[in-house]
Design a protein around this ligand. Structure first.
Ligand code: GTP
Ligand code: MG
Ligand code: ZN
Length: 295
């Protein structure tokens, strides 16, 4: 992380219309200036901002240009993403996970995978799918897992993302015991009909910062975070090396004869589950055109 950034004011949490801004003089509760609402810009955790005092209240007057930003989870200026997947309670939702990996790669971040609850169910399938696809995968119950994760987190803002109940806050509590984040059994969560972690919050540690985020079980790649049909092949690290090797130049890798990608799926070099996600995302993308979006 560049030194200049450490001294900037940063939004560490936004909840109920208030934004908590960490500055050299402490943390301030702020509201955004009305202008941001008019131009449809919502401050995000991770935003570097300018604040001013107006009649005893603090307002955000400027949001600095973002390096990147995410809608799910809502956060800006991210350096690293950990996608947390549990083997059970809840079982992996491959469509959502693979949309998330694609969105991260589109934004220039290859996410790392953390697998939890392997003590409840040791599912080598999940591990194999992501390792084979070119991601770094850590089993949280493996030897040295926490040490390895800490080493990966150094030097920037890391984000823990994933479905509700997978154990994001639990892993962070194990890494940094002073955080004391709220965690809850999934049965309780379902009963209450909401997630345990209710807002993105950024915490500093020696050598970096980390965001705990509320879980999500759905990503809309059609409207909210569009992925266009001609870019999806580039967002799957196991598919992109085969681009240009198919019989047809404009091969969509979904049904064509002589498709190099389909060959690799048949020979099991590309995971069937990832390929299914590729086809599903591609199908969703058929409904959108770049003209409709200003992404
Ligand atoms: N057995 C087992 N339980 C785990 C593991 N990781 C998390 N849990 C449990 O799973 C439940 C959910 O964990 P949380 O940390 O609250 O999950 P979360 O991802 O932060 O959920 P949200 O905040 O709702 O998004 C808790 O009861 C944890 O104790 C694990 O590796 N093994
Ligand atoms: Mg949580
Ligand atoms: Zn093809």
């Amino acid at each position: 992380m560049e030194k200049s950034i450490i001294n900037k004011n940063i939004i560490i949490k936004g909840i109920g219309g208030f934004y908590y801004v960490k500055t050299a003089d402490g943390i301030f509760e702020t509201k955004p200036k009305g202008i941001f609402r008019n131009i449809n810009i919502k401050p995000l955790a991770g935003d570097f901002v300018e604040i001013e005092e107006v009649n005893g209240d603090y307002v955000i007057t400027e949001i600095h240009k973002r390096k990147n930003s995410f809608l799910r989870p809502p956060i800006a200026n991210v350096d690293k993403v950990f996608i947390v997947i549990s083997t059970v309670e809840p079982p992996p939702n491959y469509t959502v996970i693979d949309k998330m990996t694609a969105i991260c790669i589109k934004k220039g971040i290859v996410p790392d995978i953390i697998i939890t609850k392997t003590d409840l169910l040791k599912d080598d399938g999940v591990f194999g799918i992501y390792e084979k696809s070119g991601f770094s995968v850590t089993d949280i119950n493996g030897e040295n897992a926490y040490k390895e994760i800490i080493a990966m987190m150094k030097g920037g803002l890391s984000v823990f993302a994933g479905n509700t109940g997978v154990g994001k806050s639990t892993v962070l509590n194990r890494l940094f015991s002073h955080l004391n984040l709220e965690t809850a059994k999934i049965s309780r969560k379902l009963g209450r009909g909401r997630h345990t972690t209710r807002a993105v919050e950024i915490y500093d540690f020696e050598g970096g910062s980390v965001a705990d985020t509320p879980g999500f079980s759905y990503i809309d790649t059609e409207r909210e975070q569009p992925l266009y049909d001609d870019e999806i092949e580039h967002l799957f690290p196991e598919i992109s090396p085969h681009i240009g090797k198919c019989r047809f130049n404009d091969c969509s890798h979904t049904s064509e004869i002589g498709c190099a990608v389909i060959e690799k799926v048949k020979s099991k070099e590309i995971s069937e589950s990832r390929y299914k996600s590729y086809c599903d995302i591609r199908k969703e993308a058929e409904g959108i055109s770049r003209w409709e979006q200003n992404d």
